[in-house]
Design a protein. Structure first.
Length: 381
């Protein structure tokens, strides 16, 4: 059975069916357990930016300037504000601010190399199993930590991801917690904002979405997920196969549009949060569901690669200017401190005051943690 068939079958087995069968009980979110082992800080927020499609590590945060052109790709790398750290040439603004955030160069997983598995692992910490869909990180926070009245606790911008190739769970719903804790969407319209701020972010989809994320956390929303893109069909995205049938973007689209738009919007978000006194209380994570192949393909693209990719973590009093983990000479495998996607899930939860390991579920006769990972402690060391 193929991975696609397996996941379609899993998702076809509904939560109601599973509960009727007596296989599942959520046990860790009531009474004393609901408060968890942590003390939530009401002012803390988190923004998770999903670079939907899977962004290339080699053109962004882990270039290999000494590698042959078949691996290095067609573009140069540039120095950053931190000696010894280089980024792809299309990220000059972030390079200038590299002392204000951490880069992870060793994200990895060994599940099926499809978009949906990586998206689940990043946002729920687990893969769906036995008909069980695990809740989005923001849904766990919304249930465990009381929200401010009339303020949405958990928002996805602009809407949940769809059309990624396989009909499978993508980690952006409330899963076993029930529809009461479903993330809110459709809130992407910007409220009044000075033209100077809009220009800072850029008149692009990326710019508008990250500006809206800032507006939401400023008004008190605790959890915001931003999908940089909400679909992979019939558009240029991070999914750079260079093949019109399964991802038309090439590396030249990275250089001409995708990286510059991300660079401007992301740098603006960090600057804007800092200027408003929100950056220390807002954890910002940006990454894709996997990376891209070390070898450039015949279409000047790169294909899916789950073994090694990169991400950015800022705000939340994270120690800036550091690199966590490292990859080999072709950015194909981690050689130091492999980081599982679930560690980022746990980090988002921990920052917001939720210990995912103490939020338990019963599967059959066995209790398991909702998120079986520890936070990425190196971010603060």
């Amino acid at each position: 059975m193929s991975a696609a068939e397996t996941h379609s079958e899993i998702d076809g087995f509904s939560r109601r069916d599973f509960l009727r069968a007596g296989g599942l009980t959520v046990v860790g979110l009531s009474g004393a357990a609901r408060a968890g082992a942590l003390t939530a800080v009401p002012s803390r927020r988190a923004i998770f930016i999903l670079m939907t499609g899977g962004v290339s590590q080699l053109e962004t945060f882990d270039p290999k300037p000494e590698a042959p052109s078949s691996i290095r790709g067609p573009f140069k790398s540039i120095e950053t504000a931190v000696p010894g750290i280089r980024f792809g040439e299309s990220l000059p603004r972030l390079a200038q601010r590299s002392d204000r955030f951490a880069v992870i160069r060793s994200l990895t997983h060994d599940a099926a190399p499809i978009h949906e598995t990586g998206q689940q692992l990043l946002q729920t910490g687990r893969l769906a199993e036995r008909g069980l869909q695990f809740p989005n990180w923001g849904s766990l926070v919304a249930r465990a930590v009381p929200a401010r009245q009339n303020i949405p606790a958990n928002v996805i911008l602009p809407r949940p991801v769809s059309d990624t190739g396989v009909n499978s769970y993508r980690g952006q719903q409330s899963g076993v917690l029930g529809t009461e804790w479903m993330p809110q969407s459709g809130l992407q319209e910007l409220t009044e904002e000075p033209e100077s701020i809009r220009r800072l972010y850029g008149d692009t989809e990326f710019g508008r979405l990250l500006l809206r994320a800032r507006q939401l956390v400023e008004q008190g929303t605790r959890c915001v997920t931003v999908n940089l893109f909400d679909s992979l069909q019939n558009r240029i995205t991070w999914d750079c196969h260079g093949d019109k049938n399964c991802g038309a973007a090439t590396l030249f689209d990275y250089q001409a549009r995708l990286c510059p738009e991300f660079d401007q919007a992301m740098a603006a978000l960090l600057d804007d949060l800092a200027q408003r006194g929100l950056l220390d209380e807002t954890l910002v994570v940006a990454t894709g569901e996997f990376g891209r192949t070390p070898m450039v393909n015949e279409n000047m693209g790169r294909d899916h690669w789950t073994r090694c990719w990169s991400g950015l973590v800022a705000g939340g009093k994270v120690a800036g200017g550091k690199v966590i983990g490292s990859s080999d000479a072709s950015a194909a495998e981690p050689i130091e401190r492999p980081v599982e996607p679930g560690e980022l899930t746990a980090t988002l939860l921990n920052w917001c005051g939720v210990d995912g390991a103490t939020q338990l579920i019963d599967i059959g006769n066995q209790q398991e943690p909702m998120v079986p990972y520890a936070p990425l402690a190196e971010l603060w060391s």
